[in-house]
Design a binder for this molecule. Structure first.
Ligand code: IVH
Length: 725
């Protein structure tokens, strides 16, 4: 434990004092860990402090404040993210793509200033994330606390994503009075900066998404942007977003006279600023800074796509002003794309959980930006047609911020080049593949295809589904008695220190030319369907390699525990195409039981909120297949949850969807919602054709207009109470 912190475990004083001391200590260590990247406590020591605080707060609920470090993950926003106007527009930057453009910009800047003005530039890394404004205001117990986090949106109006921003550990929930003083900040101020998803967090997120049968995010920026708009703060919290601050405003004006002082003040107040920022006084120094950044770029642990150069003095910034959407006083130097030209040796096919065949380019290995690239995505048949690419061609390959390199064009073709042919039969199970009308992709429709089963098991066990710890790739491979699909992931963009020959990888992939190389199981499979997991005994697992009694017992216990997972997770676990978490929840809420969903007609399914005709059709198709119904019955027999937890007492409003708007005379919105739901009705946030009633109170707004436009029945509170009986 650090010398500056005192041990509060046995501290005297009132509960309030103990809580305050613990909080200060935890905030201090979080700052060391998340902002300074220099922790002094072990995880266990830190957890102990947090647990002490949680225990005290549990005893003294009245002392819990929103800026307590225990309160990062709170409730989700009630009605989506509210739109909020920015105090001053959040602008974008003009780009420079080479030294010449950069020098031209500097000349324009120089020309617009007085001849004897001293010109300095602050060079900052251009973090590849999304910009976000944080608003702080005076809090009751001195200091400031975070009030709001707002996305850039269209620059003028953003979305209030505070509940998610609070989960970002490098965003202080509060700034103490002491820190405000040291930093020279008023109690009310605004910080602007960039939310990024560090490389490691990004890789973990994609592993989880892939295991859950969801598409992987292409790059950390998309992942960060998607995460910040996720409606479930606990999920955002797991994603480990990071925040780097770069501007400090008050009432829409820069607070301090220079950018350098701004970064220093942000730092002093406890915000994370990028440690590589430098102030320089000539464009030659800027160019040297860029060259240095390019050498660091691949080992930062987060993506940068260039350098932002800002005129340091705010007085000079004012003189320079703006052009349309961007300031004249700053410019973004964009790094050139990292690319190379290499030969397309072959095209391999990967069979996903839903049976989709994805073509993957096998390339003659080539170094791009410190990484050896031997694989590139070809997405789908349309992409192959668009590129006009053939096996044997020389192709241009680019690594943007994206994980999987892309083929951007054919550079030259060879006389002996061959067309890329999609297999007519699944390369894994040899059953015919189909391309449904109107669909781009080819699919293996054999539900027992071994390639699909391994993906299905991983999906079933993943955190967002049944959360069966210990049932990862290695275990699944053992249970199935054969090696898994080679996933197309970061593994294909191998680091130089982990070389793996192309040949070794090819052995794991199924080749284009050879649709008959389905692997023979190397031993008997213990599991043939997801439901077989529930028949496993510890003794069975002990027959596997590297599985001792402890591992076996714990996996069996985890599998047993999964029987308690709510019904929507079971539904999600079935791996029905288009049925993600949200849809599974909607279905469970509307229908209440697995049987009701299994027997619902397409017409009944589309009545449910969030279910469109395509999803309804896929659900029907899924349950029409004997094998799938057999799986469901096996899961029922194993004792999984087949009814939704929701306490529906009556059915007076079953199948009806309500939208509440305005203030009702006696019921609060939550009460009205609870009462509607207790009678089997659904409450939605927006009016659509599926809405059966709009309940309007005083000051009802656009939802009422929409209801009238769509001819939806409009009720007042009395009308609702009548329906409720
Ligand atoms: S300054 C008007 N500084 O790049 C000033 N932006 O292309 C605009 N960005 O929207 C922001 N790192 O999302 C600034 N150190 C940095 C940045 C940065 C990344 C992003 C930001 C902005 C975009 C402009």
């Amino acid at each position: 434990m650090s010398g500056t912190s005192k041990d509060t475990s046995g501290a005297d004083g009132t509960a309030a004092e103990q809580i305050a001391a613990l909080r200060a200590e935890i905030v201090h260590h979080e700052h060391l860990y998340y902002v300074m990247d220099a922790p002094v406590l072990t995880d266990a020591q830190y957890d102990r402090l947090v647990n002490q605080l949680k225990a005290l707060e549990a005893e003294h609920a009245d002392l819990v404040t929103p800026d307590s470090p225990t309160q990062r993950v709170g409730g989700k926003p009630k009605e989506g993210f509210a739109k909020v106007a920015h105090s001053r527009p959040m602008l974008s930057l003009d780009n420079a793509y080479n030294e010449e453009e950069l020098r031209a910009w500097a000349d324009r800047v120089r020309g617009a200033l007085h001849p004897n003005d001293v010109l300095e530039f602050v060079c900052e890394y251009k973090l590849d994330g999304l910009s976000l404004a944080l608003h702080y205001d005076a809090s009751k117990h001195g200091g400031s606390s975070l009030q709001r986090g707002i996305t850039r949106g269209d620059g003028a109006v953003g979305e209030d994503v505070t509940s998610n921003v609070r989960t970002i550990r490098s965003v202080p929930l509060a700034v103490s009075a002491d820190k405000l003083k040291v930093a020279g900040l008023p109690a009310s101020f605004e910080v602007r900066g960039e939310v990024v998803m560090p490389q490691k967090a990004f890789e973990q997120m994609n592993r989880e998404r892939e295991a859950a049968g969801q598409s992987a995010a292409a790059n950390p920026r998309n992942a960060a942007a998607g995460t910040i708009r996720t409606v479930e703060p606990s999920i955002v919290s797991q994603r480990r977003l990071d925040y780097y601050a770069y501007f400090l405003l008050r009432d829409g004006e820069f607070l301090l006279p220079t950018q350098r002082e701004t970064l220093a003040a942000l730092n002093a107040a406890g915000f994370k600023t990028n440690p590589y920022a430098r102030t320089v006084s000539s464009i030659d120094d800027v160019i040297a800074f860029i060259a240095d950044a390019e050498t660091k770029r691949d080992s930062l642990g987060y993506e940068i796509d260039g350098i932002v150069i800002k005129v340091n003095a705010v007085a000079q910034q004012r003189r320079l002003g703006f052009t349309g959407k961007a300031p004249r006083w700053a410019i973004a130097y964009k790094f050139p794309a990292r690319g190379a030209v290499t030969k397309l040796l072959d095209v391999l096919f990967q069979v996903g959980r839903t049976g989709k065949l994805t073509p993957v380019a096998a390339l003659a290995p080539v170094g791009i930006g410190g990484i050896t690239v031997a694989r590139a995505t070809l997405h789908n048949p349309d992409e192959i047609a668009r590129l006009g690419v053939r096996i044997g061609d020389m192709v241009a390959v680019e690594r943007g911020g994206d994980v999987i390199p892309k083929i951007t064009e054919v550079v030259s073709t060879a006389d002996d080049s061959k067309p890329i042919v999609f297999p007519t039969h699944c390369p894994k199970c040899k059953e015919p593949v189909i391309r449904a009308e109107g669909e781009i992709d080819f699919r293996c429709v054999n539900a027992s295809c071994p390639a699909r089963l391994s993906e299905e098991l991983l999906h079933y066990a993943s955190r967002g589904v049944m959360n069966i710890e210990g049932l990862g790739e290695a275990m699944v491979a053992q249970l199935l008695g054969h090696p898994l699909n080679d996933p197309v992931s970061l593994a294909d963009v191998e680091a130089p220190d982990a070389p793996m020959s192309l040949d070794a990888r090819d052995a794991e992939m199924v080749e284009n030319s050879d649709a008959t190389s389905a692997e023979e199981p190397t031993r008997n499979a213990l599991v043939h369907t997801v439901a077989d997991l529930y028949d496993l005994k510890a003794e069975d697992l002990l027959t596997l390699e590297r599985v001792g009694p402890k591992t076996a017992e714990s996996l069996i216990a985890q599998i047993e525990r999964s029987k308690q997972a709510p019904m929507y997770r079971v539904l999600l676990g079935l791996g029905i195409r288009h049925v993600g978490e949200r849809t599974a929840q909607d279905l469970a809420n509307t229908f209440g039981s697995m049987d009701a969903i299994m027997t619902a007609t397409e017409e009944e399914l589309v009545q449910a909120e969030g279910i469109g005709p395509i999803v309804a059709k896929t659900i029907r198709e899924f349950f029409a297949i004997d094998k799938n119904r057999g799986l469901v019955e096996a899961l029922r027999a194993a004792g999984l949850q087949f009814t939704a937890e929701k306490k529906v007492v009556g059915t007076a409003l079953a199948g009806q969807t309500f939208v509440l708007t305005g203030t009702l005379p006696t019921l609060t919105r939550d009460e009205a919602k609870a009462r509607i739901e207790a009678e089997g009705g659904k409450v939605s946030g927006s009016v659509s054709k599926k809405t059966t009633h709009v309940v309007a109170g005083e000051d009802a707004g656009s939802k009422l207009d929409k209801a009238r436009e769509l001819g939806v029945n409009v009720l007042d509170e009395a009308g609702l109470l009548q329906l409720l009986g």
